[in-house]
Design a protein around this ligand. Sequence first.
Ligand code: AMP
Length: 120
Amino acid sequence: VTERTSAADCIFCKIVNGELGTAFVAESEHAVAFRDLNPQAPTHVLVVPRRHIPALRAVSPKDASIVVNLLALTTEVARREGLLDGGGYRVITNDGAAAGQTVFHLHFHVLGGRSLAAMG
Ligand code: AMP
C-alpha cells in the first residue's frame, strides 16, 4: 500500500461498500465503524468516512459536515462500548507512513477498555 492508494484499490473503500462483508459496529450518514483486524486494546474500533479521503492532512473546509459526522460516530462507538462512563478512551489518527499510517483512507482508532497508561 502506498500513499497514492486511490479509491479504486482502497481496502477501506471496499469495507465501506460492503465488498468484504465486514460487520459494522455503528454507522452514520458519512461514516462507518468496524473492529480493527489486529486489536491493540479490548475495544479497538476504526471509524472511517464513506468518502475516500487519504489522511487527515487532506481534509478541507468543504469536508466540515463529513468530519463532524465522523467524530460524532467515534463518540457513539464509545457509548456503545461502554466507555463514556468511567473508563475513558483514546481517539487517534496516524498521518503519513512515518507516523505508522498503513491504510491511506482517513480513519480514527477508538481505543479503550483497559488502563490508558497501559496502552502506550
Ligand atoms: P494505521 O496503521 O493507522 O493506518 O491503521 C490501519 C489499521 O487498519 C491497522 O490497525 C490494521 O490492523 C487495520 N486493518 C487493516 N486491514 C483491515 C481490515 N480488513 N479490517 C479491519 N481492520 C483492518
